[in-house]
Unconditional design. Structure first.
Length: 175
């Protein structure tokens, strides 16, 4: 099952009001020049109310691989999941200020055949949205018990005008 996923990770971005003109980027590379400290990995985390309930749902219903729990004092608070080689986490809030983060994210996962995957998750008990066909992808959305939106999508170069997983060449680099 894990071989059918090619995820696109969508991250939340915070824009600070009142940023000065001096903060305007003059290149497309930010801090990723020859002395970059980035190693090319990103791990999205979905905050969930109950990691023991969420991990089996993501594994048994949605089809992701489960790698194990991290625990504190014998109680799981984090589950490591993956879609192919790409890992993501399910994390319970450990501080009260993080409780508002539960259920407010959307992640996109590329699949080989979106119709087949939709039928699979429906047969396993998911409440999947309708299959939506657009100019750039075909997709459906599943909402987990916390309200996170998990989007499964397929792109076909013979059908779709762009590939959202490969749009970098079509983006305007001017901020």
């Amino acid at each position: 099952m894990s071989g059918s996923f090619r995820p696109l990770i969508v991250l939340s971005v915070v824009v600070l009001a009142g940023a000065s003109a001096a903060a305007t980027l003059s290149s497309t590379h930010g801090f990723q020049g020859p002395d970059s400290n980035f190693v090319g990995q990103v791990k999205p985390v979905l905050y969930v109310a109950d990691v023991r309930a969420s991990a089996p749902y993501f594994r048994d219903v949605l089809g992701f691989d489960f790698h194990g729990f991290s625990e504190t004092e014998g109680t799981p608070y984090y589950a490591e999941m993956s879609a192919g080689p790409h890992k993501f986490g399910l994390h319970m809030p450990l501080a009260s200020q993080h409780e508002t983060w539960v259920g407010h994210q959307r992640l996109y996962f590329r699949v080989k055949n979106v119709r087949t995957h939709r039928e699979l998750v429906l047969s396993r008990g998911a409440s999947a949205g309708d299959l939506v066909e657009t100019d750039w992808m075909d997709f459906f959305i599943v909402r987990d018990s916390d309200g996170h939106e998990v989007v499964f999508a397929e792109t076909d170069p013979t059908k779709h005008s762009i590939d959202p997983w490969e749009v970098a060449g079509g983006l305007n680099p001017i901020l």
